[in-house]
Design a protein around this ligand. Structure first.
Ligand code: ATP
Ligand code: NI
Length: 372
């Protein structure tokens, strides 16, 4: 395989709050290759948005990227080295804030958020905003940029784009606004588009139409995507490869079919069991037991052990790094769960423990309450 377009190594982003340090992203690694859609999936609070905004160095105070490497087309978006005083400092080749703003954001890596009203200005027409964006970023005249803007609106499926060009964002439906943002993301022909739950607020039919359009455009332009979602059916529909996140970590990674048909991590299994599956018409939904613990004080050992049906003593003690469990020659399939022999930590001999998932006590109750 060729070099990845984007490579993320051991990325850590933390928020320094009054209550303590929130380890929102705690050592994640993944790659994105040219022309693929990579999913980032997990429950609310897993760290998906912090991870994607870190990729563009858009984390605001009190948040900070504290470690790791982000490389994009050979350029260092983030990278530290040890300074003369022993303290970490940005490496010389790390892109400056100005370079990030002028070369990377919007041009080479575009981002689409869940709420289009945050990205569209309500007092300007949709077409005007798109035209201006194209004009600024692509050295086109105002007329050329307008033509291109109309073309982009047509491309993302906005009917009668010439007349809708002069309308304001509030005159567009939610789905149509989201299409405008996709047009804006595509306008500079970036190599990578990060989509942070852009279809979550839409109804399923509109969502389906948008996902279909994205897959078509993705093929046409050969753009790579990172698609953030908490919805496994979205993953099934558009992703080539998937990273599953839990409490700041990527706990499973594989090609999309393997994630569904050869699920390795109990958390991924729990996520799948809690959602309607696209490949099953009738399915009893089984919500994940318990709540995700706080990222300030993550549980010892495996972070999922408190909610895991397979947890044993050893899961409280050993913090597993994801390992590739695929057979030789098979595509990578990694998981961070010590129940697999590859981890060799004595899982089989270890005593099972009661967790929120084993029915020993139900979610939210303490052990004594449940015994009564
Ligand atoms: N500005 C902030 N200050 C303190 N903590 C923050 C801040 N922003 C995010 N966090 C914390 O970082 C963690 C990850 O949040 P993030 O928004 O990335 O989750 P997410 O996976 O995107 O969830 P969702 O699906 O709800 O969007 C959470 O524990 C959150 O409370
Ligand atoms: Ni988010």
């Amino acid at each position: 395989m060729s070099e990845p377009l984007l490579s993320v190594e051991n990325l850590k982003t933390q928020f320094f709050t009054e209550d303590g340090t929130v380890r929102a992203v705690d050592g994640i690694s993944f790659d994105v290759y040219e022309g693929e859609i990579v999913g980032l999936v997990g429950e609310s609070g897993a760290g998906k948005s912090v991870a994607t905004s870190s990729l563009l160095r858009l984390v605001d105070s009190p948040g900070e990227i504290v470690g790791g490497e982000i490389t994009f087309k050979g350029e260092t978006i983030f990278g530290l080295e040890e300074g003369a005083d022993g303290e970490p400092r940005p490496r010389d080749e790390m892109l400056s804030e100005e370079e990030m703003r002028e070369q990377i954001r919007g041009r080479e890596i575009a981002i689409i958020f869940q709420d289009p009203m945050e990205s569209l200005n309500p007092v300007f027409t949709v077409g005007g905003q798109l035209r201006e964006f194209i004009e600024i970023n692509r050295d086109l005249s105002a007329d050329e940029a307008k033509e291109e803007a109309i073309e982009m609106l047509r491309e993302v499926g906005i009917p009668a784009p010439e007349s809708r060009y002069d309308e304001y964002p509030h005159q567009f439906s939610g789905g149509m606004r989201q299409r405008v943002l996709i047009a804006m993301a595509l306008a500079c022909q970036p190599d990578l588009i990060i989509a942070d739950e852009p279809t979550t607020a839409l109804d399923v039919t509109v969502e389906g139409q948008i996902l279909e359009m994205v897959t078509d455009l993705q093929e046409k332009y050969d753009t790579s995507f990172i698609w953030v979602t908490h919805d496994m059916s979205v993953v099934a529909e558009i992703c080539d490869r998937v990273n599953v996140m839990y409490l700041g970590e990527i706990i499973e990674h594989s090609e999309v079919d393997d994630l569904f048909y050869d699920t390795k991590h109990p958390y991924t299994q729990a996520l799948l069991d809690s959602m309607p599956r696209p490949d099953e018409t009738v399915h009893e939904l089984d919500p994940i037991k318990g709540v995700m613990p706080e990222a300030i004080n993550p549980p010892s050992g495996c972070r999922f052990h408190s909610r895991c049906p397979d947890a044993r003593e050893v899961c409280r003690e050993v913090h597993p790094e994801a390992r590739n469990l695929a057979a030789d020659g098979e595509p990578k399939h990694s998981a961070a769960c010590v129940k697999y022999d590859a981890f060799e930590v004595g899982y089989d001999e270890s005593r099972p423990i009661e967790t929120e998932a084993t029915g020993g006590f139900s979610a939210g109750l303490t052990e004594t309450e449940a015994e009564e």
